[in-house]
Structure formats: structure tokens, C-alpha cells
Design a protein. Structure first.
Length: 80
């Protein structure tokens, strides 16, 4: 399903792994950097216990908490 949407896997090879004919393409470094930014953002959001443990009963309330967490992260970045 991801391939149908044009989404590619961004998984680096191990440093000691030889180029194999398993069909994996060469690592796109820019895409890997962007993936890392997204993963760090999720890591920071999970520091908020309510988001990490998903206390909210409805998806709407959970999404609202995620948005508030993003806003809080944004303002912390502006302050620094």
C-alpha cells in the first residue's frame, strides 16, 4: 500500500553490509535526515505522559492533545 502512494523506505544498510541484490536502493541522505527530524519530534511528543499513554477516550480529544503538544514544542523552540 505504501508503494502505491509513492512512499519509499528510508532504511540505511549496516556499515559492514555489502551491496546485495535484494532490491533495496541506495540510501537517500536527504530523505533520511527528514525522517530523523520526524522521529525526534515523535520522541519529544511522547515525553508528555498523556500523549504517550493515550488517556483520551476519543480520537478527536487525542488529536487535540497532540496538536497542543506540537504547539508547546514550537513555542519552546522559539524561546531558545
Amino acid at each position: 500500500e505504501l508503494k502505491n502512494n509513492g512512499i519509499k523506505a528510508v532504511i540505511p544498510r549496516k556499515s559492514n553490509e555489502k551491496m546485495a541484490s535484494d532490491g533495496r536502493a541506495q540510501l537517500d541522505r536527504d530523505a533520511y535526515r527528514n525522517r530523523n527530524v520526524v522521529e525526534r519530534c515523535f520522541g519529544r511528543l511522547k515525553e508528555y505522559r498523556r500523549i504517550a499513554t493515550r488517556y483520551d477516550k476519543t480520537a478527536r480529544n487525542y488529536l487535540a492533545m497532540v496538536k497542543l503538544g506540537c504547539i508547546r514544542l514550537f513555542y519552546q523552540r522559539l524561546r531558545n
